[in-house]
Design a protein around this ligand. Sequence first.
Ligand SMILES: [Zn+2]
Length: 262
Amino acid sequence: MHRHLIDDATFTTAQNLLAERGSDKAACRSNSYDYLLTRLLVCRLCGKRYVGASAHGRYARYEYYVCHSRQKYGTTGCTADRLPARELEEAVIDAIGSVFSDLDFVERAFTTAAERTQEVSGQSQEELNQVEAELKKTESAIDRYLAAFEDGSMSSAQCGPRLEQLSGRLRQLQSRRDEIADLDRQQANEPDPERIASLRFDLSLALSQGEAPTVKTVLRELVDSIDVHDHRLVRPRFRIPGAVRTHSSLAVPTGFEPVSPP
Ligand SMILES: [Zn+2]
């Protein structure tokens, strides 16, 4: 808004209106529940993600997380527990608070991860060579079948299935090669205590101000994923800021029961 184009009184009124509309929006948003852990929760039974869901009971609304397979196909899809949203979020946020205030834990996690990275990179060069050799072989086999098909010495019925098999193998090999290359890029840096402290501060500030988007952003920076075993046990894998892709997990005893929404 260009302040000089209108007089001060109008400007103030306009500002107030905008502020009101803003707070209306905020009020409106707060009616719908912000599932802070969506995209982080992974079902240990079927491997799918958990999603946020809600149901109306006689007196209240239940917000909960449920495995995607169970949400879609019921208990035929997956029998994983449905977990009360708020309680689960509190348990995870508590765990973050205690893990990241324990710098010893962070140091230990970092050391273990650094050792593992070193071990892996020794083995990976060897495997990379093997994968690349096999990739070459597979590619030339594909070329031969294509040539045979083109010059008419093989029918499409003859080479079709074999080509399909070979290209499946090719894709497997390519993705394995990318994985190995990716592992190699994982440089083990030092954990960054300042960054950790500032993220913890951001998190508690965002929590105290009820800013769900900020909470989510900080959570994603500190938590890689959360394995849900059942209602008694969830296991977050933490990221250690500063140490690229390093993580360490911790069992979080929840102490709540699964929900059975109506
Ligand atoms: Zn599941």
